[in-house]
Design a protein around this ligand. Sequence first.
Ligand code: FAD
Length: 462
Amino acid sequence: MSSIAFKPFHGLRRSSAVPTPTSTTTTLYKPAVKFHVSAAKTSPKLSNRNLRVAIIGGGPAGGSAAETLAKAGIETFLIERKLDNCKPCGGAIPLCMVGEFDLPLDIIDRRVTKMKMISPSNIAVDIGQTLKPHEYIGMVRREVLDAYLRDRAKENGANVINGLFLKMDMPKHWDEPYVLHYTEYDGKKGAMGAKATLEVDAVIGADGANSRVAKAINAGDYDYAIAFQERIKIPDDKMVYYENLAEMYVGDDVSPDFYGWVFPKCDHVAVGTGTVTHKNDIKKFQLATRNRAKDKILGGKIIRVEAHPIPEHPRPRRLSGRVALVGDAAGYVTKCSGEGIYFAAKSGRMCAEAIVEGSQNGKKMVDEGDLRKYLEKWDKKYWPTYKVLDVLQKVFYRSNPAREAFVEMCADEYVQKMTFDSYLYKTVAPGNPLEDLKLAVNTIGSLVRANALRKEMEKLNV
Ligand SMILES: Cc1cc2nc3c(=O)[nH]c(=O)nc-3n(C[C@H](O)[C@H](O)[C@H](O)COP(=O)(O)OP(=O)(O)OC[C@H]3O[C@@H](n4cnc5c(N)ncnc54)[C@H](O)[C@@H]3O)c2cc1C
């Protein structure tokens, strides 16, 4: 068994009771032994070494966190169990991610500029007409994107460990390390390696929806959707149709609370759906999604079948002591769209930035207060986005007539512009008051029609 342990902390010496020097909120540390801090209380400088941080999970959240930490001079360890992981995912990313994360264009398989929104009665509305010539939705393969971000972190100095994180021992005092236990993998043989430990000052849990880090800090559960996806290799002439086009299907048949999709990938399409409320029926919904697209994917061969949970909302707790959760581990996927890649990368980066700032580029110890700054910034920046999409889902995904109204609304150019702008750039697009009023009237009109239709259908017992 190998272990990577700390050089001793030189700035601190055992003596009298002093809790965390800068944190006022922590509940994790209940010092049983008394301490005297010989370094300045508000600045527990680290001697002979820099801050040491471990990130568990090397998806977009982990990769971007590791890059930011390593660039800032923090001793960074990223533990990923599967370096060629092909995360079940549609792989759609917003344009702003390409710029913000400086992604090379050759890792983007397709640039989607057309989207078809297809109603329960198969009325298709084309969206994307408002896109400017340089605007698109990127389609990536996750094995490519994740490896790229991890490799870049490594080039910047992060230590990437191919291992399975098992558990961690919590520190009893604010200045003690977290001891991580993991199993090494032998990359060449693909075999399970020896058990190992690693001591670190802080931990970022970027280990996805089934996060062990979340369990370790009792972060609590979240509701989740189960998403199912089939990769289908379709004939070349059929692939031409999907070259730069994605489809979204709504209706009780494809999902009672989500949507079905056909997304173009490098040489195949990804066909999938998801649900929170009727998980046992997921295969039935998948079949319906495939059926709705059947003419366009005729002759296709299923080359891969995959399923994975998608969190519905943030966990009750995303932070404890010097451990913070990011990405799916924290629960940052938007309702309605099921989008999580950008939010994972962004939260990984924001959490790392808070650690860099709090530790003055790795020169001093961090505490819960430093990490909490990431949560405060995150909630301030994104809470409205999550809320709006939550409401949209409740209003428009609740019945087939409401979904018909939703698709009808999508034909409106103003709606398309607002939707695309907020998706592509992750900012709430400034509205035009007159257009907003028109939109409100149209929305009410659509919903009234939907409601009337539903009542008629109820009378007919349909
Ligand atoms: C079917 C489906 C389709 C989706 N489509 C889209 C889409 O088109 N666009 C979009 O934006 N989002 C989509 N999402 C959501 C998106 O996939 C996630 O939000 C995103 O992957 C979250 O990134 P992450 O880095 O937080 O976690 P993950 O991508 O889940 O990465 C976690 C990493 O941690 C590793 N790991 C886990 N446990 C351990 C352990 N114990 N030890 C070591 N390593 C560990 C895993 O191997 C993995 O590499 C989709 C999700 C699903 C399920």
